[in-house]
Design a protein around this ligand. Structure first.
Ligand SMILES: C[S@@+](CC[C@H](N)C(=O)[O-])C[C@H]1O[C@@H](n2cnc3c(N)ncnc32)[C@H](O)[C@@H]1O
Length: 1021
């Protein structure tokens, strides 16, 4: 049972009485004034459950009669929890209650309140009457009101949670059944193969058998809900896709499988659902069940699909705001409306159908039949949401017109492949026709919530985002081509494709309204996308709803993000005009308080109603297509870049940058396998993975079924191998990999953390330029690399090394600027600082003694300068450092040289004299499992035996990103066992037991000296 955690001493209760007192002092005792205090109290209580208090809400009693209540408590976006009616001090509350009931107010969970008294009715009876001038009475009454649950609903909530937990198990059983029947049941084999072919032609040529099986399971587990709960007994006969699937299921049913018998196991769930549904009259409330099934099914059974397809429900206030905004734009900019004939509207990612349903409510009833027949369109690629959306939309039409009409505007198709798929049969002739009809329609509005995800984190998950010929080509030609960023991986996110696709789909005029990941607004990789959006559209409105937990770790996804996710979200309205075009796109930006809870963000959207209610600021993008330019310093542009993409790619002598070449750190894509503190462990692990890989190559070459895809062929045994895209490519090419002891190299894995690396072009996904920077161990004796980490999520950091650095050596992707480069065999050493920059520095300082090493160290010191870091913090989040001329060149160069010396040779520095506190009860022990800093950071608990005390606070002033050097080592020097592979990475050294304790003392010395040097740097200007 849900419990309201409320006591008389809690803040909301205290605030309530304080506000009432203030109102009394001001003599403001009328209902309007005092009810604010109670509304605040209810809102505070709502937050415990993620509910909403909707004030001044109209509720239909019958088709013709509406009542307007002071407040409606809404759960899960649609379910009504209870009603609040406020009265002022002068009213006789009991009389007022009777008056309301005469008007037809419901007698179920309704709270009538005046400043002195509350009366509560539940289940047709008065259950409470109390004097709320006493705080304990107030608390008691609120608990009663909030904790009320009709038993059926309570059962349903329990059953839904259980369903989420058990659906996986049940699904697996169905998978087993399908597998066994695919071996023995001839009728089913034929039906399944026929159906898989249809799916390959219609949805995705690469669709796996597992995905087809998943569709059958989606159908089996949910069709009863449609039949029973939504009184749609003919659903499986009426829905053009369900008819097809029933045929396959019937083939399955024919032998040894009784559908009803099998589903008995979840009977409790269906029964609970059916009972709960009986208590609810309004369809819109029943929809809550569908939304729950939608999310629960995928999150429980098909987690991978939930990830790649973005299975999340769009909150109603976002849908309302977007639909109203589109209507407003149609009126203002195009002298049309959603009801207007000829305004074709498409939701390409329909999910449960909530955008189209809301649009139907906005359309005039007289226009609806024609719009419904011809001008409303949507697509969905997954079966379950396709069913849900069909039913929802058809029901919405029934409610509005009193007639059932099948909705022919919905297509079961992949939006991004519609064009490519047009030549094919799409499931059924009728679905094909629908897709063709949609394709021939002049779409004016594209609206919806596209999926967003960055693709799989681990290739072993075999859960890649699908690739599409046409839309991927368009993204490459435009958003990617226009980008100056070095890493453009983020452009493969489906939401980026969705923008590209929609901008092309509306042709020369129309509106795109999407709620998406907001990273395109200011992330560097999206500069080309911003450029093209501004080129393709005449006006763009971006309402930033915040909620990016990675850039603001103080936020919580569940509390502050409107979708309960970790990435920021924005509502984007884009307008393209044929007539009255402005020469330049007008871009408007609005945002909400980052720290608002999601309910506050929803309430804000409701208050605004549409884009007209938002306080927009016009954005003037800079030359680099940066939209949010606040905080950027213009003079940064005037400094010399450390490196640019253009000079890096250029042949021969280059000008205008300090370094010719720079490189990402090494990206192994399998750090657990390719790195280890212990070289013997590393050798054993990597040999294991090479053996597994080679065995797979041979198997692949001798496979019988040549049509099978690599993704579906290879073993995904996490304890033997971790795949990556390139490794699969090498497998296809038949490359056999040989282990080479010489490839085990020392590397810098994180700040002050050395680790062995298996440095190899096959087993590292990308070595980038490191085969030319540290081709041999010999080169480590002379070459040095400045590594800069400039990322939106953490403060800028710089380190220097004479070893191969990892991709994330600074905690995030890092770019490395070497002093020398070589040929791959270690010969032909070249200086990487350009002659041009040597001349420029010599001229600037009128000093011909300046050498390239001086410039190298000058830069290293300058990148530590506190004023530089503070003043250019925002620039440094966006682009590689640029280097100004400080007045005292040699002051910086000398400081930089010393910094480099202690940062590279940190293991040779003296140990800081820490106090060793020994635990007398345990034997001497130098082994570390996991160290821990004390709260006041003066002590480091090294292990049970030893605590290192008297750490000087100044140590923590030397920061590398969001950690100090000491934090880095206490975090990295711990024994870790990787969950997937079971590989252990143990930093303890048998041959040098005291290495870690010594390292701590040395890194403290290094930190203290660094702080002194940095504080003593000459001024910047
Ligand atoms: C974020 S959800 C839509 C939410 C919807 N507005 C709602 O509240 O129910 C995205 C939906 O798009 C579907 N989808 C994802 N990729 C698709 C594609 N390429 N073509 C068509 N539908 C797709 C997913 O299956 C999912 O149901």
């Amino acid at each position: 049972m849900a419990i309201l955690n409320l006591k008389t001493t809690h803040k909301p209760i205290k605030l309530y009485y304080q506000s009432l007192k203030k109102f009394q002092q001001l003599n403001a005792v009328n209902e309007g004034a005092v009810k604010v205090a109670f509304a605040d109290l209810l809102t505070a209580c709502c937050q415990q459950f993620n509910w909403m208090l909707v004030q001044e809400k109209s509720i239909p009693l019958t088709k013709k009669k509406l009542i307007r209540v002071d407040g409606l408590l809404v759960r899960n976006d649609t379910l009504k929890h209870g009603i609040w009616e406020a009265k002022d001090t002068e009213d006789d509350l009991a009389k007022e209650v009777q008056k309301k009931f005469k008007q037809g107010y419901p007698k179920d969970n309704i709270i009538f309140q005046s400043p002195e008294r509350v009366i509560i009715w539940q289940g047709g009876k008065q259950v409470y009457d109390g004097e709320i001038t006493k705080p304990e009475v107030l608390v008691e009454s609120l608990k009663l009101f909030f904790e009320d649950r009709p038993p059926q609903i309570e059962n349903w909530e329990k059953a839904a949670t259980e369903f989420g937990e058990r659906v996986n198990n049940l699904g697996e059983k169905l998978v087993d059944l399908i597998h066994s029947q695919r071996k023995t049941n001839k009728k089913f084999i034929a039906a399944f193969d026929g159906f898989s072919n249809i799916c390959r032609l219609s949805i995705n040529p690469n669709i796996s058998d597992a995905a087809v099986e998943e569709m059958l399971i989606q159908h089996l587990l949910t069709e009863r809900i449609f039949r029973q709960i939504f009184d749609n007994p003919d659903f499986t006969r009426r829905n053009i896709i369900a008819v097809e699937i029933e045929k396959v299921i019937n083939a399955l049913t024919s032998k040894s499988f009784s559908r009803n018998h099998f589903l008995e196991e979840v009977d409790y769930f269906y029964l609970a659902l059916e009972e709960a549904a009986k208590t609810i009259k309004e369809y819109s409330e029943k929809q809550h069940f569908l939304n729950t099934v939608y999310e629960k099914f995928f999150q429980g059974f098909a987690v991978k699909v939930a990830d790649t397809h973005g299975i999340v429900y769009t909150p109603q206030s976002i849908v309302d705001f977007m639909v109203k905004s589109v209507d407003e734009i149609l009126k203002k900019e195009f002298k049309k409306s959603l009801s207007h004939k000829g305004v074709h509207i498409l939701d390409p990612f329909v999910g449960t159908g909530n955008f189209l349903m809301r649009i139907m409510r906005e359309i005039k009833k007289t226009s609806l039949p024609n719009k419904y027949k011809d001008e409303l369109h949507c697509n969905e690629v997954m079966l379950l949401p396709y069913y849900i959306a069909s039913m929802n939309i058809e029901h919405e039409y029934l409610e509005a017109t009193g007639k059932y009409e099948p909705f022919a505007g919905i297509c079961l198709v992949d939006t991004f492949s519609v064009q490519e798929a047009l030549q094919l049969d799409l499931f059924t002739p009728e679905n094909t026709q629908r897709v063709q009809r949609q394709q021939n329609s002049d779409i004016f509005v594209v609206i919806g919530n596209p999926p967003y995800n960055m693709g799989q984190v681990n290739e072993n998950d075999n859960n890649k985002n699908r690739k599409y010929e046409e839309v991927d080509r368009r993204v490459a030609q435009t958003y990617s081509k226009g980008s100056k960023a070095t890493n453009k991986n983020k452009l493969s996110d489906p939401y980026v494709k969705a923008f590209r696709w929609a901008a092309d789909r509306i042709k020369d005029e129309g509106i795109v309204a999407f709620v998406t990941n907001s990273s395109f607004i200011d992330n560097i990789a999206f500069d080309g996308m911003r450029q093209y959006l501004a080129q393709d559209f005449d006006a763009i409105y971006v309402l930033d709803l915040g909620g990016n937990v990675r850039t603001n770790p103080k936020l919580s996804g569940t509390t502050h993000n409107v979708f309960g996710i970790q990435v920021g979200v924005s509502i984007n309205l884009l307008i393209k005009k044929k007539e009255g075009k402005k020469s330049q796109c007008q871009i408007y930006y609005g945002n909400v308080d980052e720290f608002w809870r999601k309910e506050e963000k929803y309430a804000y959207l409701e208050k605004c109603q549409h884009l007209g209610g938002v306080d927009w600021q016009e954005i003037k993008p800079d030359k680099k297509n940066t939209w949010l330019t606040a905080g950027l310093q213009a003079d940064f542009e005037t400094f010399i870049p450390m490196g640019t993409k253009e000079t890096k790619a250029a042949k021969g002598k280059v000008t205008d940058t300090i370094f010719k070449l720079f490189s990402n750190g090494v990206n192994t894509s399998r750090d657990v396998w390719a790195y280890n503190f212990n070289p013997d462990e590393l050798a054993a692990n990597i040999q294991e993975t090479i053996a597994t890989y080679n065995e797979q190559v041979r198997k692949w070459q001798h496979r019988q079924d040549k049509s099978v895809k690599v993704d579906d062929f290879v073993t995904y045994d996490d304890t033997k191998i971790s795949w990556s895209e390139s490794l699969k490519k090498y497998l296809k090419q038949g490359i056999i990999v040989e282990y080479d002891q010489n490839h085990i190299r020392q590397s810098l894995y994180r700040p002050f953390t050395k680790s062995r690396l298996y440095f190899d072009i096959y087993l590292n996904e990308r070595c980038y330029q490191f085969p030319y920077i540290f081709p041999t161990s010999e080169t480590e004796k002379e070459n040095r690399v400045i590594c800069v980490t400039n990322h939106t999520q953490i403060p800028f950091l710089v380190q220097i090394t004479d070893l191969i650095p990892s991709l994330d050596v600074g905690g995030r992707q890092t770019q490395c600027f070497p002093f020398y480069t070589y040929d791959e065999d270690g010969n032909n050493r070249q200086e990487n600082i350009t002659d041009w920059s040597l001349d420029t520095f010599r001229q600037e300082y009128q000093d011909s003694t300046i050498a390239k090493w001086d410039i190298f160290y000058y830069i290293y010191a300058l990148l530590h300068h506190p004023t530089y870091r503070e003043k250019y913090a925002d620039n440094l989040k966006r682009e590689l450092p640029r280097i100004p001329y400080a007045p005292d060149f040699h002051g910086f160069a000398n400081a930089g040289k010393r910094l480099a010396e202690i940062h590279i040779n940190y293991e040779q520095q003296p140990e800081y004299p820490l106090t060793f506190i020994e635990n007398e009860e345990v034997p001497l022990n130098w082994r570390v499992e996991k160290m821990k800093l004390s709260k006041d950071k003066t002590q480091l608990v090294y292990n049970e035996f030893l605590t290192l005390a008297d750490i000087p606070p100044k140590v923590f002033e030397y920061r590398l990103g969001n950690r100090s050097a000491l934090d880095w080592i206490s975090d990295r020097y711990q024994v870790k066992i990787d969950k997937r592979s079971d590989i252990e990475n143990d930093p303890n050294r048998l041959d040098d037991e005291q290495y870690i304790v010594r390292l701590i003392g040395q890194v403290i010395t290094v930190s203290l000296e660094t702080v002194d040097i940095v504080n003593g740097l000459p001024p910047l200007d």
